[in-house]
Design a protein around this ligand. Structure first.
Ligand SMILES: CC(C)(COP(=O)(O)OP(=O)(O)OC[C@H]1O[C@@H](n2cnc3c(N)ncnc32)[C@H](O)[C@@H]1OP(=O)(O)O)[C@@H](O)C(=O)NCCC(=O)NCCS
Length: 196
């Protein structure tokens, strides 16, 4: 069972359901997916993924669900939330590769950030991306993230070392970039096109 906690046009975000552990474990054993993640070097099976999801389900982590088919596509969420300084870091993974490059990642991120800025009172959100992950970098740029800088040679893949790029976004910048889009999500909900 999924819930439309944050609802967009293509997808919605629902609290993590631990019963999805097998599907998440399948994606986290796909090296084409995990090469982009810190989990690349971890052993993941259904049991330990269930334990991971149990922890994530208590935090602000959400499953990304296709609006039309209710299919599970991946997850996104905040880590290191600092309420005093109003900061957090965000992470996202669409495990179903058939959904890459179709705007789902950008929309899921916008839904999560809107919630973070409004409901969690955040002011600055950080995101990190590996230098070879051009798709992710483009997605973050579209959501309004700005380049902070690069930490050089901090990721090893095989014999090569790569930079890690740091981007961040402030409350005002987020709404300057995404106001029209958020308006369209809200309009769809108000008009009953999406049930909350
Ligand atoms: C990264 C990720 C969240 C992006 O979500 P997505 O739904 O695929 O991204 P979007 O479709 O919203 O945006 C991707 C953009 O990058 C573009 N793109 C794709 N490959 C590219 C490349 N090699 N170089 C430049 N741009 C590229 C796409 O064309 C699209 O831009 P457009 O809308 O202007 O055409 C998703 O692909 C994913 O989870 N990948 C695997 C795990 C991962 O990388 N997680 C992020 C770790 S930092």
């Amino acid at each position: 069972m999924y819930f439309r906690k944050m609802s967009g046009n293509k997808c919605y975000l629902s609290p993590i359901n631990v019963n999805d552990a097998e599907k998440f474990a399948e994606w986290l054993n796909d090296l084409e997916v995990t090469v982009n993640l810190t989990l690349y070097n971890n052993v993941i099976n259904t049991e330990n993924e269930k334990a991971l999801l149990e922890n994530l389900s208590k935090e602000h982590h959400y499953s990304i669900i296709d609006q039309e088919t209710n299919a599970l596509l991946g997850s996104c969420g905040f880590v290191d939330i600092d309420h005093l300084n109003q900061t957090a870091e965000v992470g996202i993974c669409i495990g179903n590769k058939q959904y890459w490059n179709r705007g789902y990642g950008t929309e899921a991120l916008i839904l999560l950030l809107d919630y973070g800025f409004k409901a969690l009172n955040l002011h600055n959100v950080l995101i990190r991306v590996y230098a070879f992950n051009e798709r992710a970098a483009k997605c973050y740029e579209k959501a309004g993230f700005k380049l902070m800088g690069k930490r050089r040679d901090t990721l090893r893949r095989g014999k090569k070392k790569y930079d890690v790029t740091y981007l961040d976004i402030l409350y005002d910048e987020f709404y300057e970039t995404n106001a029209a889009r958020i308006e369209s999500f809200n309009r769809a909900v108000m008009q009953g096109e999406r049930t909350m």
